[in-house]
Design a protein around this ligand. Structure first.
Ligand code: G1P
Length: 300
């Protein structure tokens, strides 16, 4: 009775359990702090932004994290590795409550780091994960400066769509037309209220060239076949190897879906989005929300 039948095996082999985090960027939109602190490690009060993004992945069923990192951003990977010395010290000093505050990720989660020596674009970054992912496998990509907060994690919402249609999926959201030049933008045909099928996608179009106002805020379920497409890719927008171009090429020959999602999204890669995320978290924290309200009225 405990043996797996063919159906279970197929489902198991299809399970999306690896996530890629491209975190090698220089963080130029966040100078000067990013001269020495990775933008992904900037805290929202006391917890780095990237923790929340990794948490979204883990709460979506991801079991293997692949960080595409830069040589000088070791603090990222050090944060997620288990710090046994520190934990032992806290235990020995009977400070168990502080161990909980460390927010250690579960033991079963595997962590890999690949160094991307040159930053040649998002597609180039994702390509660095190819040694960990097979051609037949679907995997997740989460951008390290896009923070999503929702009851059902946004990545999980995408995985559900992907499982239902057996196809890769990207998250989309409506944006004002004047801001299409900040995003990859799709042209899609709706299947239902949330899900679209698309075969056209453009990186950072000017409003007059944008195929729609459906922009992609950095959550992807991609097919393993994307690696061979990337390996033949030409440079695109901004002289970089664009993931958008690889996705479009795949989508022109295969089913690719885009799905709206429920939840809040903060672009923590820019100061205003980062500030909003702090406001949001401060207003939700039991230990801070009253102080927060007092401070906002005091300084307004
Ligand atoms: C990247 C992607 C773009 C996507 C955006 C979301 O651009 O290339 O398609 O819409 O992230 O944040 P970046 O903001 O890294 O220039």
């Amino acid at each position: 009775e405990t043996s797996l039948n063919l159906f279970d095996l197929i489902i198991l082999s299809m399970k999306i359990n690896k996530a890629v985090f491209p975190v090698a960027g220089k963080g130029t939109r966040f100078f000067p702090i990013t001269k020495s602190i990775p933008k992904e490690m900037i805290p929202i009060i006391d917890t780095p932004i990237l923790f929340y993004i990794v948490e979204e992945a883990i709460n979506s069923g991801i079991e293997e994290l692949i960080f595409i990192n830069a040589e000088n951003k070791k603090s990222i990977i050090n944060y997620f590795y288990k710090n046994e010395k520190l934990e032992e010290f806290l235990k020995a000093n009977k400070k168990h409550h502080l161990i909980d505050k460390l927010r250690v990720i579960p033991e079963k989660i595997k962590i890999h780091e690949v160094i991307q020596y040159e930053q040649l674009g998002l597609a180039h970054a994702v390509y660095q994960a190819n040694e960990f992912i097979s051609n037949e496998e679907m995997f997740a990509v989460l951008l390290g400066d896009e923070l999503m907060i929702s009851d059902t994690p946004v990545l999980k919402q995408l995985i559900e769509v992907s499982n239902e249609y057996q196809a890769p999926v990207i998250a989309i959201m409506e944006v004002p037309l004047e801001s299409t030049s900040k995003y990859g933008v799709i042209k899609g045909e709706p299947i239902n209220e949330r899900v679209y099928r698309f075969s056209e996608m453009v990186e950072k179009p000017f409003p007059e060239d944008a195929p729609s106002n459906l922009a992609t805020p950095g959550r992807y379920i991609l097919p393993g076949e994307i690696f061979s497409i990337i390996s033949n890719l030409k440079k695109g927008s901004g002289g970089e190897f664009q993931l958008t171009d690889a996705i479009r090429e795949y989508a022109q020959n295969n089913q690719f879906l885009a799905s709206k999602f429920e939840g809040l999204r903060f672009d923590t890669g820019i100061p205003s989005g980062y500030l909003e995320s702090i406001f949001y978290f401060a207003s939700k924290r039991e230990d801070l929300k009253d102080t927060f309200r007092t401070l906002v009225s005091k300084h307004s």
